[in-house]
Unconditional design. Structure first.
Length: 271
């Protein structure tokens, strides 16, 4: 499996297909396998790179000195430089969009396109920030995501009507329950604090290229509701698309719709 050492830690990534490069940046608490439907489809025409966030999947722990989403963006850029990829389209879901937008703003000349999915580039609203920080503190103190916490955390990622016995739901729950204490304390909790303690990027959204940017959001996304997607799209001046019958991980809840939308967007970038 491909790894590259960045800031002293092994970063794991998938590199599949040939053609124009597409970087897939996923959600907190999910690894690159969340993109499986999109990797299978997009890699028929594009070179698709999907990375595991620090402490997620096969990647090592969060490197010392990593304290912000800007740091995460620079580390992703180091991966692209390692792969000798000059120009790329970035598709970022949730925290992937949060650091992905920072990457887009730092190297606009290297971007073919930017898709912001189920994400929000403003600060975390104070009540939810405090709530998430309290959950992270519980995980840090106990070294486990308890069954009671799983009952709170897992449903956040899916639309309200999902069958909790479905394989997607149960597999995600099992993956969180299996996280070892050191990984939780060294990477998952710090990554959560970086994510939910992020700085406000809304004032800079006008700097993004509206002609090559798209905002996508599950129509039933609870943590990142469609109202946030609309606000960002208006600030950027770009289109936004709602994914029907989908929550936060919209690319897995309605993979066909999301894949078709991405293929359409990429075709416009590479006519």
């Amino acid at each position: 499996m491909p790894f590259v050492t960045i800031d002293g830690q092994p970063l794991h990534f998938i590199d599949q297909g040939t053609g124009p490069a597409v970087l897939l940046a996923g959600s907190y608490l999910w690894d690159q396998s969340m993109w499986a439907p999109q990797i299978a489809a997009l890699s028929q025409q594009y070179r698709v790179i999907a990375l595991d966030l620090w402490g997620h999947g096969e990647s090592g722990r969060i490197p010392d000195g990593t304290g912000s989403l800007d740091d995460i963006a620079l580390q992703a850029l180091a991966l692209l430089d390692h792969l000798e990829i000059e120009r790329f389209t970035l598709v970022g879901l949730s925290v992937g969009g949060m650091w992905g937008a920072r990457l887009a703003l730092s190297v606009p000349q290297r971007l073919n396109g930017l898709v912001l999915m189920d994400t929000f580039l403003g600060v975390e609203p104070e009540p939810t920030r405090q709530y998430y920080f309290s959950l992270l503190k519980m995980i840090e103190e106990t070294g486990v995501i308890s069954p009671q916490l799983l009952d709170i955390v897992v449903p956040i990622f899916f639309r309200p009507g999902i069958d909790p016995q479905s394989a997607m739901y149960q597999d995600f729950r099992a993956s969180l329950a299996a996280l070892p204490p050191e990984r939780l304390r060294e990477s998952i909790v710090p990554m959560g604090r970086i994510t939910f303690g992020r700085e406000d990027l809304l004032p800079r959204l006008g700097e993004l290229n509206a002609a090559t940017t798209l905002v996508i959001c599950g129509d039933q996304d609870k943590p990142r509701p469609p109202s946030e997607a609309r606000e960002m799209a208006e600030l950027i001046g770009c289109p936004h698309v709602l994914v029907p019958e989908a929550g936060h991980i919209s690319n897995l809840e309605n993979p066909a719709f999301v894949t078709e939308t991405l293929l359409g967007f990429l075709a416009e970038r590479h006519q």
